[in-house]
Design a protein around this ligand. Sequence first.
Ligand SMILES: Cc1cc2nc3c(=O)[nH]c(=O)nc-3n(C[C@H](O)[C@H](O)[C@H](O)COP(=O)(O)OP(=O)(O)OC[C@H]3O[C@@H](n4cnc5c(N)ncnc54)[C@H](O)[C@@H]3O)c2cc1C
Length: 364
Amino acid sequence: MDLDYSTAELAFRAEVRDWLGGHAPPPLPPMDTADGFAAHRAWEAELAGARLSVVSWPEEYGGRGASLIDWLIFEEEYWAAGCPARVTQNGIFLLGPSLLRHGTPEQREHWLPRMARGDDVWAQAWSEPEAGSDLAALTSRAEPCEGGWRLYGHKTWSSRAAFATHGFGLFRTSGARHRGLTYFMFPMTDVAVRPIAQLDGLPGFAELRFDGVFTPESMVLGEVGQGWRIAMATTSSERGLTLRSPGRFLATADRLVELAGDADPVLADRAARCRVEAEAYQLHTFGTARRIMAGEEIGSAASLGKIFWSELDLRMHALALELLGDRAEDWLDGFLFSLAGPIYAGTNEIQRSIVAERVLGLPR
Ligand SMILES: Cc1cc2nc3c(=O)[nH]c(=O)nc-3n(C[C@H](O)[C@H](O)[C@H](O)COP(=O)(O)OP(=O)(O)OC[C@H]3O[C@@H](n4cnc5c(N)ncnc54)[C@H](O)[C@@H]3O)c2cc1C
């Protein structure tokens, strides 16, 4: 396997580094506040203006038609430059890839460029009070009506939904368990939104109530009844590749190694190990990207990456706190968020079962 970057990839890296060097914003207010949300959207529009918000998407949707390798390079430069977490991440990393694959030409043409510019910010409305890990147990439903569908039910833990303009989620249109689920997009206009504070006290989540919310026929993604299949493709992107690129963890590991510079050699060694693990995840992900580019599916193996990055992130932030003690303010938000890594995008207990049963073929 050739591990060297091509001349074009090196030129792309230099272009991204140069642009971010001149444009990376100062730390923005948290995106879970109205001001922060607006500031993050403005940053998304600036990125899109340089055609850097979704580099691997086709040009007609605001991308550059770049390869997944270029996307990974972009991500490394993005996080190394200290740029903010992406307020559009549910759209561009989760719904976007599903729309590209399962959307109609009209849906793609309408929604993808808007998503790329941050005009619309999407919330993922999957979890329900009694259906988190066991997502197929969801009870929210959709009923057909003149021109579209009416949505009923109760969703929870929806990130950024306190401010998002649109949502996407699964609703039951017939049948039991994973049969008879349909993938809907919907405007947030008529959804009753109740913000839920996270550990930092900010409204990072929301609970959503649907009492006959109308969504037009044109906002069904894929065929009616095929929602589970599309959702599983979304989770594969989420866990395996797009939601958390290695660039994010490499940047954290670099900060950690710097922090540990003059520390106790045992702690410095632990920091160095984290750097090596971040690099191992980088190499693993480059392999995954190459396989996808060759037409393979990631499938259940995506769960391996999710377990690895979430536990590494937690270890790195815990070590930073150990190194800094009560001076750890700069790392505190990251630490609190790293606590959620083993839970969101499917808990690590469930991911371990998936790896055991579907990747290793162990008995149930
Ligand atoms: C920061 C954050 C952001 C999130 N963002 C979103 C979002 O935007 N949209 C959205 O829809 N959801 C979101 N979620 C919700 C998340 O997907 C769920 O919390 C997760 O799927 C777990 O579901 P649950 O909370 O219902 O826990 P439960 O399913 O009730 O599980 C509770 C515990 O039991 C364990 N458990 C359950 N079943 C099994 C089993 N069969 N074997 C072994 N252990 C088991 C779980 O692993 C977990 O530790 C977010 C969560 C967090 C923390």
